[in-house]
Design a protein. Structure first.
Length: 300
């Protein structure tokens, strides 16, 4: 995966991930009924968008969360949630990952609302007046998305979904990790953020096996896809019944068009009060309108 370089975050480039993707500055889009078509690979790599999918009178509806977790995503979610009764609702995730610390913040928002989580994309079943929203299970939850999944009070992963993890790394050196140089400050950032992620994992009821599996995959290897046994071992899955998360909703498994099997992302991010040191995530390059900047220099 390539390093994604662009993002104006309070004048600093601050991006990172440990199980999901890239941080970009970006807006959110919400949608009430009708449901959207399945998310494309490109949408999974753009800043995360939240939408409410209404399926009354058959079901309550659900939140669609598609894209990368950015520095703006927690606030975007707060804006989306304002005025909505989201307590206990389901969130359907399709994401390549994003900022570690912002994903942790968002995950705690999810848990505070008692949200339920699963992996999938929103599609239309049928056409015309008979069309109704459904969830396509062939979707991806990678890097920090896995930890958003963990935030659900109940968590369901369909058989066709892909849940992938990898090791924490300095994103701006993930392209050639073996040849890069690292300072004591770099190691401090990574180890500190491993600690933050570990605390969050245990707070959410996850198992240490999740961290162990992720931290055993170096940046020069493909992401590790969790099998059914590992999903249980890590406590990412709490139920085998889709009805526990999305009652009265159709779950389908159509072949999604060319979802790339390899989307690696690395992580490491400076805390809020200290923007002097940051890292970038390894991700596919997408247009953001920003200007590339060195990891330790202010955005031009």
């Amino acid at each position: 995966m390539r390093v994604l370089k662009s993002l104006n975050l309070r004048g600093w480039l601050r991006v990172g991930t440990a199980a999901c993707g890239v941080v970009l500055a970006g807006a959110i889009a919400t949608f009430d009924s009708p449901a959207r078509a399945g998310a494309s690979l490109e949408e999974r790599k753009l800043p995360m968008k939240f939408g409410w999918v209404s399926c009354e009178p058959n079901c309550r509806g659900w939140v669609s969360a598609v894209g990368i977790i950015t520095a703006d995503t927690p606030k975007d979610f707060d804006d989306f949630a304002r005025g909505r009764q989201l307590g206990g609702a389901a969130v359907v995730l399709d994401s390549s990952g994003g900022s570690v610390n912002d994903a942790i913040t968002l995950g705690r928002r999810f848990r505070n609302l008692g949200l339920l989580t699963t992996v999938g994309t929103t599609v239309q079943n049928g056409s015309g007046q008979g069309a109704r929203p459904a969830v396509a299970s062939e979707a991806y939850c990678e890097s920090m998305c896995v930890f958003l999944l963990l935030a659900g009070k109940k968590r369901y992963v369909p058989e066709a979904a892909h849940v992938r993890v990898h090791q924490i790394w300095m994103g701006d050196r993930a392209d050639d990790a073996k040849a890069a140089s690292y300072s004591a400050q770099d190691l401090m950032i990574v180890e500190r953020d491993i600690g933050r992620l570990a605390k969050y994992t245990f707070d959410m009821g996850g198992a240490g096996d999740l961290l162990s599996l992720a931290l055993n995959v170096p940046p020069w290897e493909d992401l590790h896809e969790l099998d059914a046994a590992e999903l249980k071992l890590t406590n990412l899955v709490t139920t085998d019944l889709v009805a526990d998360v999305l009652p009265h909703v159709d779950i389908t498994a159509p072949a999604m068009a060319e979802l790339a099997p390899k989307t690696q992302a690395r992580f490491g991010e400076e805390p809020e009060p200290q923007p002097a040191k940051s890292t970038k995530t390894a991700e596919a390059v997408v247009p953001t309108g920003g200007v590339a900047a060195p990891a330790v220099a202010p955005q031009k």
